[in-house]
Design a protein around this ligand. Structure first.
Ligand SMILES: NC(=O)N[C@@H](O)C(=O)O
Ligand code: NI
Length: 171
């Protein structure tokens, strides 16, 4: 594996993730009391995008098996008709691996470590690795797009990448 095909995991922040979507977390979010002050609403955290014919939002639960690190990344996918959000239902870290689009194929991937309490919403048509739990089986709420048409495009790399955790990344 050449060094150019090694991807170092980096912390997930709103700013770093902005080209790919939004981070779903309470930290830094607009919030206000509701229900007579009994509840605090952390409001409008992600941009759900629904395209194509007969589009409708889907709310699902994914029970994901953990991946080991270092992780060999052979493939990324994207959903041309809608965004896709994953919010962990446990306080477990997971990886969000995404890549820019470069003329219809993925550019250099980036691997973000979502800390406990962080979820992600990938913008429509964003290249990404499939859901990547770490350490143990974990449940996630999925919010994405249903409707007519094909909402999945896959890309298999000619040479895989290796996703590694440097010393500062603990999971
Ligand atoms: N299909 C599905 O629910 N998940 C994948 O698209 C994925 O990104 O993991
Ligand atoms: Ni996906």
């Amino acid at each position: 594996m050449t060094a150019s095909r090694t991807i170092q995991i980096e912390p997930l922040t709103r700013e770093a993730y902005a080209p790919f979507g939004q981070v779903i977390e309470t930290a830094g979010a607009h919030h206000y009391p509701i229900n007579g002050g009994m509840t605090e609403r952390y409001h409008d955290l992600a941009k759900v995008e629904l395209g194509g014919v007969h589009a409708r939002p889907l709310v699902s639960i994914a029970r994901g098996q953990p991946y080991a690190l270092p992780l060999t990344l052979n493939m990324v996918e994207r959903h041309p008709l809608g965004s896709q959000a994953f919010y962990p239902l446990s306080q477990r870290p997971f990886l969000s691996i995404v890549a820019p689009d470069e003329g219809g194929i993925p550019g250099l991937p980036r691997a973000f470590l979502a800390a406990a309490g962080q979820g992600i919403n990938m913008a429509m048509n964003t290249w990404h690795a499939v859901l990547t739990p770490l350490g143990e089986t974990a449940d996630f709420l999925i919010i994405d797009r249903g409707g007519d048409g094909n909402n999945l495009e896959e890309y298999f790399f000619a040479e895989p990448y290796l996703v590694v955790a440097t010393g500062s990344i603990l999971y």
